[in-house]
Design a protein around this ligand. Structure first.
Ligand code: PLP
Length: 420
């Protein structure tokens, strides 16, 4: 794989790297675009090469300086995944990355690789439903306990108090901004806490951030000190609502442990998914910026409507507030998820949802098309009623994922749906 990352002392930007980095056309008949490598197995030049590839793949010896491990079998790796992984690592400015069959495959493989019986995890709350299920119902079977800490400006302080009280905390798992409230956790403060806890306990405490909503374009957790950055690539990275995938980025050392588990659990993405993700990465920055620009205009429009009680969107955070300071320190843009509460509860929300024509009534997010949904009865239907209020999910709350359509069409559609 061609590794050109810079010319002289000029480091290329991820938008540029997304078009060529990690791919050597000479290995594919000069094809400008990487072909899809639909193969399960790879032929060795010689028995000696086969032996060397296995030695590295199975950790029997360390790589020699400059040695490029050869391809063996697509459960271990495949060119489409490797190119995608190199470009994702470039985007997050981490040493390595691993592609998975889904966001949940990425999260569960990471947890199984890095946690042991007796370990505890502190998570921000609310958190994605599948992740919540993993922490509540699956990891406890393996002796791993997760404790939720509400997302607020106080999350780092609360996590510090709890970790010292409980002992055995091995991972701080964050999802920021929170879904659907857009509340934020201070990643730098939590990462600093993890480093402090590592020192106190003599064992590494890992900060993992689910960066699906703003990353990698508007939020780079590695720059805030986080160890692992996790994505549902189904959302913005894939970006066209036509695939399911996940990715984790981080240091060589942590990714090595995660890759061993990926190989054995078989949770890697398929070659065709890797190829689709490469196509998607080329336009990631353009799409996310256009989506965010549309969303900023719609959030402003919503905030000016009398039927709208409250709009949750980063650019509307009060100037001078602690939330605003966190947003400005760790994000370079507000993204394209908005939630808002309308007068009239569920009946009014349902009537509004049924009137949209351009926005599609569907869950998921991050695609080129605009979507709307009702968190209380859809994405957050399994959250216990007593917790809904705390995470801002009320009967009148609607969540939208803003796409790349022409802004004037979205504005008209929104006003039409609001006014009936
Ligand atoms: C969708 C989502 C996931 C799960 O990803 P899948 O690709 O559906 O497995 C995890 N975290 C967040 C924040 C998500 O939005």
């Amino acid at each position: 794989m061609k590794k050109k990352h810079s010319r002289g002392d000029h480091e290329f930007n991820p938008e540029t790297l997304a078009l060529g980095y990690g791919y050597d056309p000479a290995l594919s008949e000069g094809a400008v675009k990487p072909p899809v490598f639909l193969t399960s197995t790879f032929q060795f030049d010689s028995a000696q090469h086969g032996k060397e590839f296995f030695e590295i793949a199975y950790g029997l010896r360390e790589k020699e300086p400059g040695e490029v491990p050869g391809l063996i079998y697509s459960r271990l790796n495949n060119p489409n995944l490797q190119i995608f992984e190199q470009r994702m690592a470039a985007w997050d400015r981490t040493e390595a990355a691993a592609a998975f069959a889904s966001g949940m495959a990425a999260i569960s493989t990471t947890c199984l690789a890095l946690l042991r019986p007796g370990d505890k995890v502190l998570t921000s709350a609310p958190i994605y439903g599948g992740t919540h299920f993993l922490f509540e119902h699956i990891l406890p079977r393996y002796g791993i306990e997760a404790i939720q800490v509400p997302t607020s400006v106080n999350t780092p302080t609360l996590m510090g108090q709890l970790a010292r009280e409980l002992g055995g905390v091995r991972m701080l798992f964050l999802e920021t901004p929170a879904n659907p409230s857009n509340a934020m956790v201070d990643i730098a403060a939590v990462s600093a806490l993890a480093r402090q806890l590592s020192k106190e306990s003599g064992e590494k405490v890992i900060t993992a951030v689910d960066n699906t909503f703003l990353g990698p374009v508007f939020q780079r957790p590695a720059a805030c000190g986080a160890d692992l950055i996790i994505y549902s690539a189904t959302k913005f990275i894939g970006g066209h609502s036509d695939l399911i995938a996940g990715v984790v980025t981080g240091s060589e050392a942590l990714m090595k442990e995660i890759l061993t588990f990926r190989t054995i659990l078989g949770t890697m993405a398929a070659p065709f998914t890797g190829w689709m993700l490469l196509r998607s990465l080329e336009t990631l920055s353009i799409r996310m910026r256009r989506q965010s620009k549309n969303a900023q205009a719609l959030a402003k429009l919503l905030a000016a409507q009398p039927q709208v009680r409250r709009v949750n969107y980063p650019t509307l955070l009060p100037e001078g507030s602690q939330e605003r300071a966190i947003y400005e320190a760790q994000c370079t843009g507000p993204g394209s998820l908005i939630s808002f509460e309308i007068e009239g509860g569920e009946a009014a929300a349902f009537a509004m949802l049924d009137r949209f024509e351009v926005f599609r009534l569907a869950v998921s997010l991050g695609g080129t098309e605009s979507l709307v949904e009702h968190p209380m009865t859809m994405t957050h239907a399994d959250v216990p009623p007593e917790q809904l209020e705390a995470i801002g999910v009320t009967p009148g709350l609607i969540r939208m994922s803003v796409g790349i359509e022409h802004l004037s069409d979205l504005q008209r559609d929104l006003l039409h749906a609001l006014e009936g």
